[in-house]
Design a protein. Structure first.
Lengths: 161, 819
């Protein structure tokens, strides 16, 4: 299988990486970059555990090829905490017990970030819609929805400041 | 019933904190999880995240046939794939070292690590491939040529029980003597025949539940290495020690040479209890190649080759007095066991135990049979047997109430279990707030005005109740080891404590609970308690996460361990200070005699002083806890199954689209008697997750097979469970009292709570439609068909139509287990 060099930004850092043409983004992140926060749950775009941000929008990294990142910006769960400070969504997930086994959590948080990027003041239904592509088997989603709603309020206050 | 074991046990209890002084980690009972930050930042390490240099990959070769003989296996083509390093077949494992659960009878260990001569389900593992990359291993596995001779396929459990059926495990001595039962259970008490004769009301009803899967988002997998003659495996297990036993047995090596580490586990729900080929094959390859070897299942493999929930067919006969007293029950439960036993064996007895409560019934005549079929093996699943049983029995309860003209809630109240009741087969109930659970749900859902939604209007509310064992002492995968929980706690003079817990945190949060229990007793902060996760080399024995035993047994073991350490420390200072150990308190990082300013030292000083007097020996405590039950419970079927019992009630409000059959769950109330909640957010989280599983069970999920036993929907695309858009708001009502025996007063929360969900939703759907649906899942398609047929013919009962004839024509129980 052919390889090529791609240039892209990963968690804020410019990178040039040699990748296999047929390698999925999730495998590239996990096996080549050792960023294992992005999870493999179904590898067909159904469970959302591998969700990352591509130019600020949530995508499932198992249904994109690594080469597609060429010229784009990728953020994974490892890039969400900035300078040692947790993102408000991460903080609210901790405080509200919005996780149990934690396997869907990275993908869930990436979807939540994408949602709040586009819609900083979502209704409950819009939050549920925003994470409808992320399956969680543990929580019944109740506390996840609560955490995202609470984070949205906190982020709105920060913006107002 | 667990008793006060000995004097030392009482002495330990004497230094426990007074429950009224509990601070529960200083944040009321909403302290945060100790693993939360790792999980929200992506640094938490799960099995697939364990990366060792030079790791090679293993892939399994699965049978495409549900029942066949293996004629030959040919690796010629597979060998040509670049990067392939080796192959395994059944012959690479010691013959006769089968995996499973010889709980009552030794033939129940029935699963070969890799099949040698016969496959019994689609997905059965026949060979394994090792290669330098995952992709090469996958390609090579596809190229392994296996020649099969197909055998007749048995998918219906009733067909499988026929005397002329194709034998699945046990060869028939002569034609017409097939025995495909993996296990059966008979449970009798009182005089049911007399009770039925004398009863005002009797009935006979049929119900059926489907096959579903656990669907933990983390797929099963393992990574193994072999060094210094020892295998080390990181595995997605719910019980490190029990898995270790079976891995060692399957490999034919002593347990001392296998170390099993449970990293973070991405959900289990019972599906990660059994031991699998994907754990054994990497071990063998690691030994042969000297490389670490990883095997992570793909989602379709998880669907096809791991475990499922038992589909159960029910025949229920009940006898009631005119005023609604439950006099007797006659039940026949047929559990589709699938191809193997494993953790699924316990389902049979449990299905009967579950049918004896949460209502008092003195006269019972119950038989459960678990035939083998060529479906994937059924196993343990959250709310083990209880979900299916309480669906059938609680839908039935409403039917009886409506026949008798008694309000369903009142009928339940007339028969509810009360505190300290002993059941007909010896279940010893202790704390019980079942009544309060039902009343809390009824009030929150406004049950008394339930006819504001007239029957058949497309909207309705439904209720149900259930109970569950809290802290079973019985193994679901038996080993020669005692089925207890053990913990070691070490107090460090540098100002912290370490807890070495055998309890297996698979996401439910038990590591956090253990840290809290230790922090509570020692007066430390949560971040001053370090938890060493389950690992057979560093943590003591624990039987695993199942049977709602973790908080109750593991929590008590941990409480006992910290109590042992605390007692040693306080005895030392009592001597120094001339007082009794019970006079000394530990709080806010201080050890002190209340009211005496002189006798008030830091935790660090206290530990240091002890070590100084004891030649440097640190303060350490060992704790263990078990349920003192009869180990022959699965043979005798009489006795007390658990240390305590939790109780639950549910109320659901649904809207049914009478045009399309689509069900919307508008509101859900859950009343739970879980003893003292140790963390209210954890309890709510468990309940909210239970509602998701219960809703999926009732309205969404079903594994579908073709006539040859091929799984038709092994993906999240085709096997749908509720998303965030499907789930309602959920209100939790904790209706508990402090349980005397529970750790800090707690009972189980999270497993039994799945049991009443399905029947509350089912009852609501029945009132909303005016029909009685007796078979799961209640999908829009099924409901639409039922509604249309009702319009055409007036038929009101749907589901299980094939069962009366099948139950009437069952063969007798096999002679060798004659009852």
């Amino acid at each position: 299988m052919a390889k090529r060099v791609i240039s892209f930004k990963l968690n804020g850092v410019d990178r040039d990486e040699l990748v296999l043409d047929n390698m999925t983004m999730v495998d590239f992140l996990r096996k080549q970059m050792h960023l294992t926060g992005t999870k493999r749950g179904c590898e067909e775009g159904e469970c959302g555990a591998c969700t990352i941000l591509l130019d600020g929008k949530a995508v499932t990294s198992c249904t994109m090829l690594a080469v597609e990142a060429d010229g784009h910006e990728i953020v994974t769960i490892e890039g969400v905490r900035k300078d040692g400070v947790l993102h408000p969504i991460q903080k609210e997930f901790i405080d509200k017990w919005a996780l149990q086994c934690g396997f869907c959590t990275p993908g869930m948080i990436m979807s939540a970030i994408s949602l709040l990027n586009e819609n900083p003041n979502p209704t409950e239904h819009e939050i549920r819609d925003g994470i409808a592509g992320n399956l969680c088997r543990c929580t019944g989603y109740v506390k996840i929805v609560e955490a995202i709603a609470s984070a949205a309020k906190i982020m709105a206050k920060e913006v107002a400041k | 019933m667990a008793q006060t074991r000995n004097e030392y046990w009482s002495e330990i209890r004497s230094v426990y904190k007074d429950p009224k002084d509990y601070v529960l980690a200083g944040r009321g009972n909403a302290y945060v999880r100790i693993d939360a930050e790792a999980k929200v930042t992506g640094t938490a390490v799960y099995t697939d995240d364990v990366y060792l240099p030079e790791t090679w990959y293993c892939k399994l070769v699965h049978s495409p046939y549900a029942h066949a003989l293996i004629k030959s296996i040919d690796f010629t083509e597979a060998e040509k794939v670049p990067g392939v390093k080796g192959f395994l077949t059944g012959a690479d494992f010691p013959e006769g070292h089968n995996l499973g659960n010889p709980e009552a009878f030794k033939e129940l260990a029935d699963k070969e690590p890799l099949c040698r001569r016969k496959v019994r389900m689609v997905g059965d593992e026949v060979a394994a491939v090792c290669a330098t990359t995952e992709e090469a291993a996958e390609e090579a596995a596809r190229l392994v040529k296996v020649e099969y001779e197909p055998l007749p396929v048995l998918l219906d459990p009733f067909d499988a029980m026929a005397l002329d059926a194709e034998p699945i495990h046990y060869p028939a001595d002569q034609p017409g003597t097939a025995n495909n039962l993996s296990i059966f259970t008979v449970m009798k008490a009182g005089d049911p025949d007399k009770a039925f004769e004398e009863a005002y009301y009797t009935d006979k009803s049929y119900y059926k539940t489907q096959e579903m899967v656990h669907a933990a988002i983390e797929p099963h997998g393992a990574i193994a290495k072999y060094e210094n003659g020892e295998y080390t495996i990181w595995s997605t297990t719910q019980g490190a020690y029990v898995s270790r036993y079976w891995v060692a047995w399957g490999l034919g090596v002593p347990e001392s040479q296998v170390r099993l580490i449970k990293p973070m586990v991405g959900g289990g729900f019972g599906g990660k209890l059994d031991v699998f080929a994907h754990e054994l094959c990497p071990c063998k390859f690691a030994e042969r190649t000297g490389h670490p070897v990883k095997c992570i299942l793909k989602r379709d493999e998880v669907f096809k080759c791991t475990r499922t929930r038992h589909p159960i067919s029910f025949q229920i006969e009940s006898a009631f007095s005119k005023d609604g007293k439950l006099l007797a029950k006659r039940c026949r439960h047929i559990l589709d066991g699938g191809a193997y036993g494993g953790s699924g064996i316990a389902a049979n007895t449990l299905s009967l135990i579950c049918a004896t409560f949460p209502y008092k019934v003195e006269n019972i005549d119950m038989i459960a049979r678990r035939p083998y079929t060529n479906h994937p093996a059924s196993g343990a699943m959250r709310g083990y047997s209880a979900c299916q049983v309480h669906f059938a029995h609680e839908i039935h309860m409403d039917e009886v109430a409506n026949h008798l003209g008694i309000d369903p809630l009142e009928l339940r109240h007339k028969n509810e279990i009360t505190p300290y009741y002993t059941g007909p087969t010896g279940l010893e109930f202790t704390s019980c707030r079942f009544k309060e659970c039902m009343d809390a749900c009824a009030e929150a859902i406004d049950w008394k005005n339930r006819w504001r939604y007239p029957k058949g209007s497309g909207q309705a509310i439904g209720m149900s109740g259930s109970g569950f064992m809290s802290g079973t002492g019985f193994p679901v995968l038996v080993t020669p080891h005692y089925c207890s929980s053990t913990t070691i706690v070490r107090l460090n003079r540098e100002g912290y404590a370490v807890v070495y817990t055998g309890a297996n945190d698979i996401g439910q949060g038990c590591d956090t609970v253990m840290a809290m229990i230790v922090a509570e007793e020692l007066g430390l902060n949560m971040d001053e308690v370090k938890v060493v996760q389950s690992d057979t080399t560093t943590t003591p024995w624990d039987a695993g996460s199942f049977g709602s035993r973790v908080t109750f047994l593991g929590g008590n073991a941990c409480h006992h361990a910290v109590g042992d350490a605390k007692l040693k420390l306080l005895k030392h200072w009592a001597e120094e200070w001339g007082c009794k150990p019970t006079d000394i308190k530990m709080a806010d990082h201080r050890v002190f005699l209340p009211g005496d300013a002189e006798k008030n030292i830091s935790y660090n000083e206290a530990c240091y002083g002890y070590e100084e007097k004891n030649f440097g020996r640190c303060v350490a405590g060992v704790g263990a806890y078990n349920h003192e039950g009869d180990k022959d419970v699965y043979v005798k079927n009489v006795g007390n199954y658990a240390t305590a019992y939790s109780f639950s009630a549910s109320a659901a409000k649904v809207t049914v689209d009478m045009e399309t059959g689509a069900v919307t769950l508008d509101d859900f109330i859950f009343g739970h008697d879980c003893g003292r909640p140790l963390n209210i957010r954890a309890v709510e989280g468990q309940i909210e997750g239970s509602v998701l599983l219960g809703f999926g069970f009732t309205c969404y999920e079903e594994c579908v097979y073709d006539k040859d036993g091929r799984h038709l929907n092994p993906s999240f695309r085709d096997y749908r469970f509720p998303t965030a858009l499907d789930m309602p708001n959920i209100t939790t009502k904790v209706c508990s009292e402090y349980d005397e025996e529970g750790p800090l007063g707690a009972k189980e929360a999270g497993e039994g709570s799945t049991a009443p969900v399905g029947s509350a939703i089912g009852n609501a759907i029945n009132y909303a439609t005016g029909l009685v649906i007796k078979e799961l899942p209640i999908t829009p398609e099924r409901l639409w068909k039922a509604l249309r047929e009702h319009e055409r013919t007036g038929k009101t009962e749907f589901g299980g139509e094939d069962l009366p004839e099948k139950f009437a024509n069952m063969p007798p129980l096999p002679k060798r287990y004659n009852v």
